[in-house]
Design a protein around this ligand. Sequence first.
Ligand code: 10G
Ligand code: SF4
Length: 351
Amino acid sequence: MNPAASGPDAAAAPAAPRKRVLLAAPRGYCAGVDRAVVAVEKALEHYGAPVYVRKEIVHNRHVVDTLAARGAVFVDETDAVPEGARVVFSAHGVSPAVKEAAAARNLQTIDATCPLVTKVHKEAVRFAADDFDILLIGHDGHEEVEGTQGHAPEHIQVVNSPADADHVVVRDPERVMWISQTTLSVDETMETVRRLRERFPHLQDPPSDDICYATQNRQVAVKKLAPSCDVVITVGSANSSNSVRLVEVALDAGARASYRVDKAAEIDPAWLEGATTVGVTSGASVPEILVSDVLALLAEHGFGEVEEVRTATEDLMFSLPRELRADLKAAGAPTGRPRPEGRRSLSVQPV
Ligand code: 10G
Ligand code: SF4
């Protein structure tokens, strides 16, 4: 027996602080990402490599590297795809001009645009036909914003931030509506809308929420755990809009510190010094394997206790892109797959 453990001093020794992880749920893959990634996987299986993909299929380094290792070739524009070859359009969506350029090169296209982005495209087309000025709240240069703007370029102007709202000029303040990128901060977007409406009281809302269910759910979950956290770690790539928003939302909601990492190896042990509660979440384009790696690393630093903080359950699933489904069906190949919640990692091994 250790005498120090049984003497009077043992009773007086302070208990070690309880270290724990609060794990956000929902997190990770959304229905649109699952559909797009599976579309590239199935295209590779069915047609064989190479399968060209315009832009990153989703904004995640690990996903892109893994698919590239299997034969996907990522290009910036369709003019880099050989005449007549097959190309997949990313989940973020494309403008009609991109589809026209692909048709001009006789490319065989698989459109993996998320149906919830297509819904925003349709809103833009409809309100442009009614000659509205459309204020697209979103980030200039982001592929989704380029794709949406390209559906009605004469009618759409991009509003990047609440401050931007003060500089918008419209033709007729009575015929103005707003739409948005699907992956924005809900709170910041509502602030932009508030400022726009101060200037344009007749501003019309989109027919339904443009910020999608997955973006909203991930923000609600991180908001719930953030006030209890010394540090929140969001797994996601730097160009992933929704992942970067989670970092900001965690900080706004009361986390004492908030960081983004692509993978566990990027965690700086100094972030954990003196911390007792670490929050973990991941963006909509992030396979669960990357979160598991983060949890394993945190366990090595004493954060082995993991408590899930769930604020919603998701079971939405989209069928594969029409063109791919038709080819799979004609070949007698399966077109189904497990639900995203049960399929949070790529079916291929990490590279
Ligand atoms: O958050 P963004 O839009 O940058 O994309 P992501 O690939 O990181 O996550 C999935 C979201 C989309 C495909 C945009 S609808
Ligand atoms: Fe679709 Fe939303 Fe996922 Fe974008 S974030 S792919 S809109 S479900």
